[in-house]
Design a protein around this ligand. Structure first.
Ligand code: GDP
Ligand code: MG
Length: 439
């Protein structure tokens, strides 16, 4: 994907505005990436239409290529559509919280029931698992065995009882025992089938669950969309668990499930073992769907380019001696954002003799500078020389920021030294050290 995107983008280079024509090509690449990830075709079409609208509204910042900015919009939109943050399991006001598991046969419902129970038990919440799959001969045994393994009780009434009755009795028992959460495992079919749906609806009506989770196999691919629609329309789901993400699947089903039902994916299954359950994180899933790290790296690069664009403007200012306190603060924030104040400071001539300890103090110093600069008037920030000649101004800033007058004097003299040094470095054309500082 990265190679293809890269080649498509090479053709776009040198243009500074997102236009209908130049995103068409990148859109095709994104479309292909989503389809390869098994996102449902209709979902892909709708999603891309949305992103296109958004991207076209966006202005391209200088120093950034339209394609880079576009991919950032795609990624951000993907994260947003999938829910931005993880949504935890619902909790009933009065125990027990009732969770109903739904889904086709073989998707991992029974396994997910045990995984969820273990997850809750680790949070010191007591659980009861209810076995209502009376159709498959070994289904009840499977849950009982899992229950022993994780030390969580299982309620069952054998394979001759009515699933609705089992569910109702199971919930009654959970109430009587004061259990925190009761998880009802249900029977699936290989394909959507009206008997299965009818039974699921009856169970749901009987126990009134707080959470109805659709268990979806990540390998389901394109079909995940239809599946979700049917379950959501007929039964009504409140969330989903995406299983078998330890496989090759790029997880496009996550986008389909979310777009179609509007309900969040709450957990992902990443293996056969009972411990293999993780909360769902939309940002991780977004990069997996788009092609994992490749795109994220590109997004990060784009972000760095935003910063670089800022740095270039700054360089012009320094050279034209218009560098003031506002720029100084911006510069310091930029350095902070880049994450390694220490590493960057070392690159600045004259500062490389600082010890690591001193470098660690950089963060504290930045806060201090910010506070003092924030206490300056607009005029003072623009014309730092005002401060070197006026003790009363310095006193006022000291009072406003909560620092000493000597701190303010030091800030002013440091600033002036830095400005002089930068101008000296800049003389004779070019500013060799500068771009490296921010690259
Ligand atoms: P059910 O019919 O929906 O109850 O599905 P099961 O829970 O019986 O699981 C069907 C098969 O899928 C079993 O062999 C499970 O071990 C396996 N399985 C379930 N979840 C996962 C998962 O997250 N990863 C992998 N690799 N296998 C899983
Ligand atoms: Mg089962």
């Amino acid at each position: 994907l990265a190679d293809r995107l890269e080649s498509a983008w090479k053709k776009l280079r040198g243009q500074d505005k997102i236009s209908h024509a130049n995103i068409q090509e990148a859109l095709r690449e994104v479309r292909r990436a989503l389809l390869e990830a098994d996102v449902n075709l209709q979902v892909v079409k709708d999603f891309i239409a949305d992103v296109e609208t958004k991207a076209q509204g966006a202005e391209v910042l200088s120093g950034v290529r339209p394609d880079q900015q576009f991919i950032k919009v795609v990624y951000d939109e993907l994260v947003e559509v999938m829910g931005e943050t993880n949504v935890p399991l619902a909790q009933a006001d009065a125990a027990p919280t009732i969770v109903l598991m739904a889904g086709l046969q073989g998707t991992g419902k029974t396994t997910a029931t045990a995984k969820l129970a273990l997850h809750l038990r680790k949070q010191d919440l007591s659980c009861l698992m209810v076995a209502t799959d009376v159709y498959r001969p070994a289904a009840i045994d499977q849950l009982v065995t899992l229950g022993k393994q994780i030390d969580v009780p299982v309620f069952e009434m054998g394979s001759n009882a009515d699933p609705v009755e089992i569910a109702r009795e199971g919930v009654e028992q959970a109430k009587a025992q004061g259990v925190d959460t009761v998880i009802i495992d249900t029977a699936g079919r290989l394909q959507i089938d009206q008997d299965m749906m009818a039974e699921l609806i009856r169970v749901k009506e009987a126990v009134q669950p707080h959470e109805t989770l659709l268990v979806v196999d990540a390998m389901t691919g394109q079909e995940a969309a239809n599946l979700t629609r049917t379950f959501h329309e007929q039964v009504g789901i409140t969330g989903a668990i995406l299983t078998k993400l330890d496989g090759d699947s790029r997880g496009g089903a996550a986008l389909s499930v979310r777009r179609i039902s509007g309900q969040p994916i709450k957990f992902v299954g990443v293996g056969e073992k009972v411990e293999a359950l993780q909360p769902f994180y939309p940002d991780r899933m977004a990069s997996r769907i788009l092609g994992m790290g490749d795109v994220l790296t590109l997004v990060e690069k784009a972000q760095e380019e935003f910063d670089l664009a800022d740095a270039e403007k700054m360089q012009e200012k320094i050279l034209s001696a218009k560098f003031d306190f506002t720029d100084f603060l911006k510069q310091m924030r930029l350095l902070k954002n880049m994450g390694s104040l220490g590493g960057i400071m070392k690159l600045i001539p004259g500062m490389n003799k600082m010890s690591d300890d001193q470098l660690k103090q950089g963060e504290t110093q930045l806060k201090r500078c910010e506070a003092m600069i924030n206490s300056m008037t607009k005029q003072e920030r623009k014309d730092p020389d005002l401060l070197s000649s006026s003790p009363s101004r310095r006193r006022r800033i000291a009072r406003g920021s909560g620092y000493k007058e000597s701190d303010v004097s030091k800030l002013v003299s440091d600033f002036q030294r830095m400005r002089a040094m930068m101008q000296q470095m800049g003389q004779g054309g070019g500013f060799p050290g500068m771009p490296n500082l921010f690259g």
